[in-house]
Design a protein around this ligand. Structure first.
Ligand SMILES: Nc1ncnc2c1ncn2[C@@H]1O[C@H](COP(=O)(O)OP(=O)(O)O)[C@@H](O)[C@H]1O
Ligand SMILES: [Mg+2]
Length: 283
């Protein structure tokens, strides 16, 4: 059950300098990590910490210069398998407009399976199912570019789903969305994870989104520096701030109250838990 769907061993990626003044950049540095099938991991790290490069290493858009990345036990450097890898690990990027390929929602979602040479009948079934899963059933004939940001990202997710992926990586896919759009996308990702057991690797700046993951990993200067369940990771408030990141608002509040000399647990990451901890303290 706890099979690793993705594994990296000492993976390293270096961008070559464009000129002498700008040295080479080691964007991902000696990263060894595994993702269990069916898990939901949030990936955090300040700008430039290597998150997007890491994401691209996971579906062979980039190949490590040292070390290895395995997707479903296939090494990403093996060119013969590159399309299997990309089909298994789909990436949703930040800007929804850059991901639109069709003139209607259904055409857009069909693009992937058409390229895979899937028979038309099966494409039809896959497209309908994928659109239903992301709650876009009433928009099949709509023009994707006229949708809201959250809807566009859901169409992009459906496009990946139609290729029956094992894993979806989102690279700040919620960062250009309004709070409603963000919620819609998170709801869909959660559902895909819980009901379809799709592994989710969610790169985000929103700590509240990280708090709902099973696991949080944090990058700094290309290295993986923290790894644990959200409670463990966010209770290390001081370290997280040193890494240029925030903690969830309630954790921050509890931290500040602790600084005033009142004892409240720092492992609290949501409002319900905060409520219980305060009531317990006041009793
Ligand atoms: N195409 C590129 N060419 C050169 N350097 C790059 C390129 N893309 C990213 N980098 C550098 O690699 C490092 C990691 O970048 P990135 O993976 O985009 O981090 P993040 O997604 O966490 O912001 C940064 O120092 C960035 O400037
Ligand atoms: Mg990035």
């Amino acid at each position: 059950m706890n099979r690793d769907i993705i594994k990296t061993k000492k993976a390293k990626y270096v961008y070559k300098a464009s000129s002498i003044e700008h040295g080479d950049v080691t964007a991902v540095d000696d990263v060894t990590v595994e993702f269990h099938e069916g898990s939901f991991t949030a990936v955090l790290g300040r700008n430039g910490s290597g998150k997007s490069t890491f994401a691209r290493l996971l579906n062979a858009l980039l190949i490590p210069v040292e070390g290895v990345v395995f997707v479903d036990n296939i090494e990403t450097g093996q060119e013969d398998y590159i399309w299997d890898i990309r089909r298994n690990v789909g990436i949703i990027f930040q800007n929804p407009d850059n991901q639109i390929v069709g003139t209607t929602v259904e055409e857009d979602v069909a693009f992937g399976p058409e390229n895979l040479g899937i028979p038309p009948m099966e494409i039809r079934q896959r497209v309908d199912a994928a659109i239903e899963t992301v709650d876009m059933g009433s928009f099949v004939k709509n023009a994707p570019h006229l949708l809201s940001g959250g809807q566009k990202q859901r169409v992009a997710i459906a496009g990946i789903l139609s290729m029956k992926p094992k894993c979806i990586v989102t690279d700040e896919a919620t960062s250009m969305l309004d709070p409603i759009g963000r919620k819609e996308v998170i709801k869909v990702l959660k559902r895909l994870n819980e009901e379809e057991k799709i592994t989710i690797i969610h790169i985000t700046h929103h700590m509240e989104e990280a708090a709902i993951a099973d696991r949080v990993i944090i990058f700094d200067k290309g290295k993986l520096v923290l790894d644990g369940c959200p409670k463990e990771v966010f209770s290390r408030v001081k370290i997280i701030k040193q890494l240029g990141l925030e903690v969830p608002q309630v954790t921050e509040l509890f931290y500040d109250i602790n600084m005033e000399g009142f004892d409240l647990p720092l492992s609290v990451i949501d409002i319900d838990e905060a409520y219980k901890a305060i009531v317990k303290r006041l009793k």
